[in-house]
Design a protein around this ligand. Structure first.
Ligand code: ZN
Length: 273
């Protein structure tokens, strides 16, 4: 069995460093894979980002993020589709393994979640030809149901896989433990995703009790209630062999020195995975 390696989602150290410094810091800690965010890449420039990533021999385990398809009117939905096409181009320039999609929630003032889900399917359908032409897989990331209104109306792995199945080639899922750990159907759905080679990324962190902020209080692996060993075993059994990507949005961890954060990520990764 191959031992999984670590990737750092650069949101984890976004308050400490810009893209270049973050890549250099990861390299310094012996980390060979990252997942940058669009704003970080935009601030440093796409070509310069691609160069510094290549110079350090970094695998790009994903690019965060595309999606946010639902909107009140056609003009805004079209604008979202155009923006996703640009995200595909950037991800391709960076050599990313996939574009992570947080699909979007309800348009402002809407109570029609079914309609929002249809807009997601329509948006995916509109960008998929370009993604396929770029040979860039699209990874639908189901988000915890607490984000259904404002971030993602795709809330379970089963739902994400149903959507991926409907589109076929070039669409898979990003499995983030923060969003799916509670799901009684998790083992079965991870096995299902593995059987069809649909797992494009695996994100790890922990769920703190209590959670002080629903967005910015993710825990470091080992500090919360997620059984990371158990879910990690499901992922391995599903034949996902890519790096495990640490993704922690946390006011607490953002307040610490970046080198301490990375050292802790590595140490916990060895302990709890
Ligand atoms: Zn994630």
């Amino acid at each position: 069995m191959t031992v999984p390696t670590l990737s750092i989602n650069l949101a984890t150290i976004r308050k400490q460093w810009g893209l270049r410094e973050a890549v250099e810091a990861c390299a310094r800690h012996g980390i060979r894979a990252i997942d940058p965010w669009r704003d970080q890449v935009a601030a440093y420039g796409v070509q310069d980002s691609a160069r510094v990533i290549k110079d350090h021999g970094m695998q790009v385990t994903g690019y965060c993020r595309g999606g946010m398809f639902p909107a009140l009117d056609q003009a805004r939905r079209d604008a979202a589709i155009e923006d996703n096409r640009r995200a595909i181009d950037e991800a391709t320039a960076l050599g990313a393994d996939c574009l992570v999609l947080v699909v979007g929630g309800l348009p402002e003032g809407s109570r029609d979640i079914g309609g929002a889900r249809q807009m997601v399917a329509d948006g995916l359908s509109a960008i998929l030809p370009h993604a396929r032409a770029c040979k860039l897989p699209l990874a639908i990331e189901p988000l915890h149901p607490m984000y259904a209104a404002d971030r993602s109306c795709i809330n379970t792995l089963a739902q994400a896989l149903d959507l991926a199945d409907a589109f076929g080639e070039g669409v898979g899922v990003a499995i983030d433990v923060y969003h799916v750990w509670w799901d009684p159907d998790l083992a079965q759905q991870i096995a299902r995703a593995g059987a069809h080679k649909q797992i494009l990324a695996y994100h790890i962190c922990d769920w703190l009790v209590p959670t002080k902020d629903l967005l910015l209080d993710r825990g470091m692996m080992g500090d919360g209630v997620i059984n990371l060993k158990q879910i990690g075993a499901m992922i391995t059994q599903a034949r996902y062999t890519g790096p495990h990507e640490v993704e922690i949005f946390s006011n607490d961890w953002w307040a610490k020195p970046g080198d301490e954060v990375l050292a802790t990520c590595l140490e916990r990764f060895r302990q709890v995975i």
